[in-house]
Design a binder for this molecule. Sequence first.
Ligand SMILES: CC(C)(COP(=O)(O)OP(=O)(O)OC[C@H]1O[C@@H](n2cnc3c(N)ncnc32)[C@H](O)[C@@H]1OP(=O)(O)O)[C@@H](O)C(=O)NCCC(=O)NCCS
Length: 146
Amino acid sequence: MSDITIRLATLDDASQLAWLAAQLGYPTTEADMAWRLAELLQQANDAIWVATGGQGDVVAWMHLYVDRNLLTNPVAMVGGLVVDSAHRRQGIGRILMLHAEVWGRAHGCEAVYIKSNVTREGAREFYESLGYTVIKTQYALLKELE
Ligand SMILES: CC(C)(COP(=O)(O)OP(=O)(O)OC[C@H]1O[C@@H](n2cnc3c(N)ncnc32)[C@H](O)[C@@H]1OP(=O)(O)O)[C@@H](O)C(=O)NCCC(=O)NCCS
């Protein structure tokens, strides 16, 4: 953990973000990641943090955004979080989630919110170790648009 640095993502990180997205179960081309990243980097209500190792290589990323809706006051949503499989259990996820709390407060949020697939091994234990509580289970529904 000693050589880890946390910083905001830049467009140059697209290929490493795509590579890690595949580990999260979302295989993504570098081109697709690059245009998504370009869009999100322009949004004040989005932030993409990366953790880099000693060689400057990206070993983890986290996407945060402010979720504004009619039913709750704003919450900081974790849109995605992944630590490279070779760097897990070294405290990197914990550090990124602490950034989520700081960023959320700075953006007027009352809570940090995560939706995590029940099939993700160890994810629930990870979040619970940081003080998060499971508040519900729900269906995820999708309709492809033609
Ligand atoms: C879940 C994930 C982000 C955790 O990141 P990490 O850097 O490995 O976690 P940390 O080292 O900061 O762990 C902090 C604490 O969380 C708990 N924890 C982390 N991973 C755990 C696991 N697999 N099983 C049980 N507890 C776990 C432990 O209490 C750990 O402290 P310890 O190592 O001192 O015991 C990482 O495993 C990952 O990227 N997994 C694949 C993608 C994923 O599931 N992302 C979450 C999407 S919702």
